[in-house]
Each structure stands twice: as structure tokens, then as C-alpha cells.
Design a protein. Structure first.
Length: 400
């Protein structure tokens, strides 16, 4: 880890001494594949905003896509990149797998990009989705050179939280309420708060997918405010007013839908902490909402779902671990058929959206886990365990 930190710091100190254009790339479009000079077998996709001129250093976002699909990783960021003038870079090589291998690939990517494009190294950001989010969070907490982390659909690896955190970065979590990692992201925010790392969490009505461009722009709206607070970007009152008005419109829409918790979150994201009249208005509005019976009822329902979700997951994991050891179902899969049937009934219950979302999260989580366990046992030539996982996976997917 220390070598990684020193390596990145070395790049940031020396980059302006030899930065030059890698090639005359078109602006405003995704360039699918640019080779890493030191390792031609590795490449990345890049998006240069329309105002990029190769002379004025711009902010940059490094992006990690879990399946190494550079173009797919860049697409959610384009609206934000054009709004705030960010260069976007996403590896076509780095993907879910060995952390140490991915750190090496990332270091070569950092080296190549910082040497060859006009980058403002005081405004580096890092992002990723799923496994890519975990790697982005690692760099954010361990290096101290990134101003912000945008973690989509996953948080830190467990071991990362034992590092002495760099508190210089601002952290944006983004997750869908149907995402298997939803509860993880809720807990992660609690840890970030305790660690006094400036952070926020955006929750959408989505499953385990990259956020939409409009949602990503909201994340960068929030990061823009943090940049003003850190004095790394000049404060822009016009932009602040636009962000305030946008969050107020979103809040009004959520109030109409009686989504009280998300309503509070939208109001919080409009606060700049510059103690303006708008800030004071939003603080008063939040206090009033939290006193309402509707808000308290929703919080109570959310807590009950959280307890129920943990109970169901504990029961399923215990049974799965026991049966995987013996590579057979003790009840000829009757237990699983019954549990999956109940979860599918919840999944179709439009009258209880919280339970519906919980069922979607659990089913998807187990589908992925059983598949991965099967593949691992196949690689290890544990054929009986592989067959068990195949049969269980079929039950989950046939009735899901």
C-alpha cells in the first residue's frame, strides 16, 4: 500500500514537467481504446469534454468498470463531464479479480494519463461500480490524492476500513433500493459519519446497475459544492442557485409521492454550509419533516424491514453453508423451494414496496452467490459441490 501511495504522489509532483498530448483526440465523443504506452496489451476509453483544448488543465475522473467495459463505464458521467468540464478515463483492462493485480494496472493507467493529457492534479476524482467501487474506495482512503470518490453499488472492502483514513476526500455513495448491496451502503454511510469523512448517499429506485446520467449529475452537483468549500474551485453563485432549485424541485416531487426519507435526503443535498438564507430554509424544512407522523412511520417501517432482511439472510446463509459442506440438500430442496416461493410472493406485492424491494435484493444476492460458489467449486474440481450449486441455482432462477 505504501508503494502505491508514494508512486501516485511522485506522479502528481512530476507530471507537469513532461505532460504532452498523447494524440489529437476528438472532443465530445468516447474514444473506445487508447493503449497504455508502457504496456500495449492494456488500454482505456477516454472522453475529453468539448471545451478541452490541451492547454488548460482540467479535472479528471478515473473510472473502474467491473467487466472492463471502458465505454460502458464512461457513459453515466458524460452529462456531468460537460456540465463541470471533467476528463473521463475508464480502463478496458482492469476488472473484478485480484486486488494486487488491479492496483498494478491502475498505477500504469494513472501514469499514462497524467503524463499525456492536460490534467489539474489538484482536482482528481475516482469512481467505480460494484467491484470497481471497492477499488476506487481503496484508492480514496489510502492515498490522500483524490478529492472525491463516487462509489456506485458497493462500498469498501472490509480490510480497507482498518486503514488510517485520509479525510481529504469527499465520498459519494450511489445505490438502488433494489440493489443487493443496499443495506451495505446504508451501513457504510454510518461508518463514514463516525470516521468524520464528508459524505452523502444517493438512493434511486433501481437494481444493481450503473446510475443514470441525471443521477450522476446530482452527485457531481454535490461534489461541486464540496470543491467550493475546499477552495479548489472558485465559488459560483449561479451554480449554487441552480443546485438549490433542482433539489427543491426533487423534494417537492418526493413529498407528492410521500417518500419522506428521500425527501429529507434531497433537502440535505441542497445545503451548501455557507449559512445562506437558502441553507437556513432547508434546515428548517428538514426539522419540520422529521417531526411529522409520516416521516416517523416510514422510518419505523424501514427499521422493521432491515431486521426482517437480516433474519432471512441469516437463515438462508446458514442453510446454504451447511448443505454446501455435504454437497446435498437434506430436504431434496423443499426448504429452498418454499423460501424462494415466499420471496417471489413478496417481490410481486406492489402494496408493500419496502418488502418488495427487500425480496428483490435477497433473490439477486443469492442468485449471484450460488453461481459464484458453483464456479469456484468447478475450478477446484469439487464436482459434487458444483452439481449442488447448479441445482440450487436452477431453483432460484426458474422461480425468480
Amino acid at each position: 500500500m505504501k508503494n502505491t501511495i508514494y508512486y501516485i504522489l511522485f506522479l502528481l509532483v512530476t507530471v507537469f514537467g513532461f505532460a504532452q498530448d498523447k494524440q489529437l483526440l476528438q472532443t465530445g465523443v468516447i474514444i473506445d481504446s487508447v493503449k497504455v504506452a508502457s504496456t500495449p496489451t492494456e488500454s482505456y476509453a477516454i472522453y475529453l469534454p468539448k471545451k478541452y483544448d490541451a492547454k488548460t488543465p482540467l479535472s479528471l475522473v478515473f473510472i473502474f468498470e467491473p467487466a472492463a467495459r471502458g465505454k460502458i463505464g464512461i457513459e453515466p458521467f458524460i452529462l456531468a463531464a460537460e456540465t463541470y468540464n471533467y476528463i473521463l478515463v475508464c480502463s478496458n483492462t482492469l476488472k473484478n479479480g485480484s486486488t494486487q493485480n488491479n492496483i498494478s494496472i491502475a498505477n500504469r493507467l494513472f501514469d499514462d494519463v497524467l503524463q499525456n493529457y492536460a490534467v489539474d492534479t489538484s482536482q482528481l476524482y475516482i469512481s467505480g461500480f460494484s467491484g470497481g467501487a471497492r477499488l476506487a474506495s481503496y484508492f480514496g482512503i489510502s492515498t490522500g490524492v483524490f478529492q472525491g470518490v463516487i462509489a456506485c453499488g458497493a462500498s469498501f472492502n472490509g480490510a480497507d476500513k482498518f486503514m488510517p483514513p485520509s479525510n481529504n476526500f469527499s465520498y459519494v455513495g450511489m445505490v438502488g433500493d433494489k440493489d443487493m448491496n443496499y443495506q451495505e451502503m446504508i451501513k457504510n454511510k454510518e461508518w463514514l459519519d463516525k470516521s468524520r469523512i464528508v459524505n452523502t448517499l444517493f438512493v434511486s429506485h433501481e437494481e444493481h446497475v450503473w446510475p443514470k446520467q441525471s443521477e450522476m449529475l446530482r452527485a457531481f452537483d454535490w461534489l461541486e459544492i464540496q470543491a467550493y468549500r475546499k477552495n479548489i474551485r472558485p465559488k459560483n453563485d449561479t451554480i449554487i442557485k441552480r443546485i438549490y432549485d433542482k433539489n427543491l424541485r426533487i423534494a417537492d416531487s418526493l413529498k407528492g409521492n410521500k417518500e419522506m426519507v428521500l425527501l429529507v435526503n434531497a433537502c440535505e443535498k441542497g445545503i451548501t454550509f455557507f449559512n445562506t438564507n437558502e441553507d437556513n430554509f432547508l434546515r428548517t424544512k428538514i426539522a419540520e419533516i422529521k417531526k411529522s407522523r409520516e416521516y416517523k412511520d416510514e422510518i419505523e417501517k424501514i427499521e422493521k424491514i432491515k431486521v426482517l432482511e437480516n433474519e432471512i439472510l441469516d437463515r438462508l446463509w446458514l442453510r446454504f453453508d451447511q448443505e454446501l459442506k455435504s454437497a446435498k440438500s437434506t430436504t431434496n430442496f423443499k426448504f429452498w423451494k418454499s423460501e424462494i416461493k415466499d420471496l417471489n410472493a413478496m417481490k410481486l406485492d406492489n402494496k408493500n414496496v419496502l418488502a418488495q424491494n427487500m425480496a428483490i435484493r435477497i433473490l439477486f444476492s443469492f442468485q449471484i452467490s450460488v453461481y459464484e460458489a458453483g464456479q469456484e467449486n468447478k475450478r477446484n474440481q469439487q464436482n459434487d459441490k458444483f452439481t449442488y450449486c447448479q441445482e440450487l441455482y436452477k431453483i432460484i432462477t426458474e422461480t425468480n
